[in-house]
Design a protein around this ligand. Structure first.
Ligand code: 4AD
Ligand code: MG
Length: 458
């Protein structure tokens, strides 16, 4: 019967002396005249199973990377690191793999592996990352579903710029020469597919807000797009965001939810992916599991932006970007706060309104808004959120101040008139969360096919 490696490893005793068939890929292979060993991996779990074969009995000798089928008998190996091996009666090569296969048995740098996104998940590191990614995506849905949230699919094509940062990818159905012909007089989007300027969404928040003002607790989890030119280890042009939105809630409720979610996701990673987490701990970031485990039991820090600026100014540290009230926090500031001052996750709240988006609720002081960012060691910001401005007059005034077209946001303003209520939400960058949980240092190594400035091959 065809089995998976995962099933064999889960209960080795059940398979003792049993005949099994396995299909997978030869991760490594070595053979002497009398005996050969294949490390077979079928993707069902991180572990390989060792296949012992008689080289003389084989029709075709498999090579590293080949797709193979193995039929043989399970032998328990209580004295070996692996609980069992398979003594092969037959090894069939399903798909050959020539010596030019780039993933021969030696260590490859992550940079080298990025040049082959179609193959790199076959390595231990990327294999573990993408399995964890899958597990955490499921954990996100479970977290919200268990708490009565409704999952909303917000659109990817949109005419609104939620963040107002101008980092939009414009979407057009026109051919490049049609666009060219029009360039002289400024492009007239009336002629385009949607008769308006359309772009890829930077956030599902504005649409999620509408659903929160009906279902009370909703979330969206989907791809978002930003045409930021920043070529850093934490920015991607296409990334996935988890955005809950809750009604009858303020900024404290928002942070409570975020904290509970981050803890729950870490707990799931440690519990449901022990092999992968042990691997990251050993090869990617020493002490990772202990650090993450420590977070499960301690509260996150909560400080205001004003306090954060005070701490940074008094630190005596020379930052590349100087610190003064009103400036946006840079990665170096974020990491100083979370790694060196507090050594755990830190919420920074109540940012100056001028560096934040239009929808954030004005604080009584008139110069800050009810915003929060969650900073974590090793990464910096992983969450950005806020209480939303539910007072129509204040929201309209702010939009006018920023030169926004009220027509384009008529529905959004309606939400403040028709049964409006205080509400709040946040966005968790899924890749940033994965970097935090795996210890991986570059966002390109936690997303299957990274899109970054100048890079969309494959
Ligand atoms: O702080 P941001 O821009 O917040 C929003 O988009 C809000 N509309 C969310 C909300 O309140 N519903 O982005 C949220 C998170 C950031 O904290 C970061 O983790 C991630 O999204 N993020 C990116 N991740 C990877 N690459 C990029 N270019 C990112 N930009 C933001
Ligand atoms: Mg942000």
């Amino acid at each position: 019967m065809t089995q998976t490696v995962a099933r064999l490893m889960q209960s080795p005793a059940d398979f003792s002396a049993k005949a099994v068939t396995l299909r997978g890929w030869a991760r490594t292979l070595r053979a002497s005249r009398n005996v050969g060993f294949i490390e077979l991996n079928d993707g069902s779990c991180m572990q390989n199973v060792q296949v012992v074969f008689d080289p003389a009995a084989l029709y075709a000798k498999p090579t590293t990377g080949a797709a193979i089928e193995v039929r043989g008998e399970v032998r328990l190996t209580p004295d070996a690191p692996q609980p069992l091996e398979v003594a092969a009666d037959e090894v069939v090569v399903i798909g050959d793999c020539p010596p030019s296969y780039p993933l021969q048995k030696k260590r490859h740098t992550l940079e080298f592996l990025r040049t082959m996104p179609h193959l790199r998940m076959r390595t231990n590191t990327l294999g573990a990352v993408f399995r964890l990614r899958s597990l955490l995506a499921f954990a996100v849905h479970r977290f919200f579903m268990e708490r009565g949230f409704v999952h909303v699919h917000t659109p990817i094509l949109t005419a609104r710029d939620c963040e107002g940062a101008g980092a939009l990818f414009t979407v057009t159905a026109l051919e490049p020469d049609a666009l060219d012909a029009d360039r002289a007089g400024g492009f007239d989007f009336e002629k385009d597919f949607f008769r308006a300027r359309a772009s890829l969404t930077v956030s599902g928040q504005l649409d999620a807000e509408a659903f929160a003002l009906c279902y009370s607790r909703v979330y969206t989890f989907g791809p978002t797009f930003r045409a930021e030119r920043s070529n850093t280890a934490r920015h991607a042009s296409e990334f996935w965001m988890i955005e809950p939105e809750i009604a009858f809630a303020d900024l404290d409720d928002d942070m409570d939810l975020a904290e509970e979610m981050v803890r729950c996701l870490i707990g799931d990673a440690l519990e449901k992916a022990p092999d992968e987490m042990a691997f990251f701990d050993r090869f990617i970031q020493e002490g990772l599991m202990e650090r993450l485990g420590g977070i499960l039991g301690s509260d996150f820090v909560r400080i205001t932006y004003t306090r954060a600026i005070e701490i940074l100014s008094k630190s005596g540290r020379r930052f590349e970007y100087p610190v003064e009230w009103g400036c946006d926090l840079q990665t170096e500031h974020e990491r100083y706060l979370t790694e060196e001052v507090f050594n755990r996750p830190v919420f920074v709240t109540d940012f100056p309104r001028d560096i934040k988006a239009f929808y954030m609720r004005a604080n009584p002081d008139g110069r800050t808004v009810a915003a929060m960012d969650l900073l974590v060691p090793g990464v910096g910001e992983i969450i950005g959120g806020s209480q939303r401005e539910e007072r129509e007059d204040l929201l309209s005034a702010r939009m006018a101040e920023l030169g926004m077209d009220p027509q384009a946001y008529a529905g959004y303003l309606d939400l403040r008139r028709f049964g409006g209520a205080p509400h709040a939400g946040y966005g968790l960058g899924f890749e940033r969360m994965l970097m935090y949980v795996t210890g991986m240092k570059n966002i390109r190594d936690v997303i299957p096919y990274p899109r970054t400035p100048g890079c969309i091959d494959s």
